[in-house]
Design a protein around this ligand. Structure first.
Ligand SMILES: [Zn+2]
Length: 71
């Protein structure tokens, strides 16, 4: 199993979409709680990190794409 890695600025998809119909959230704050903002209506919510990890489905757009340059 692969651990989901997320960081500030990532756009993620959650298991549940926002009532506005959008399922794209941007991580705008990281701490003990994670604050994410709906890309559809700009509404933001704060959720505990553990809940966020449980509800996170996948990273859509990484803020800093990892480039592997190992030979
Ligand atoms: Zn929304």
């Amino acid at each position: 199993m692969e651990a989901k890695k997320f960081e500030l600025g990532d756009v993620v998809e959650m298991k549940k979409q926002h009532p506005c119909g959008t399922n794209e959230w941007k991580i705008i704050r990281m701490g003990a709680d994670i604050r994410i903002k709906c890309e559809g209506c700009q509404h933001s919510v704060m959720i505990p990190r553990r809940d966020f990890e449980k509800k996170l489905k996948k990273i859509l757009i990484p803020a800093n794409p990892v480039t592997e340059e190992q030979n």
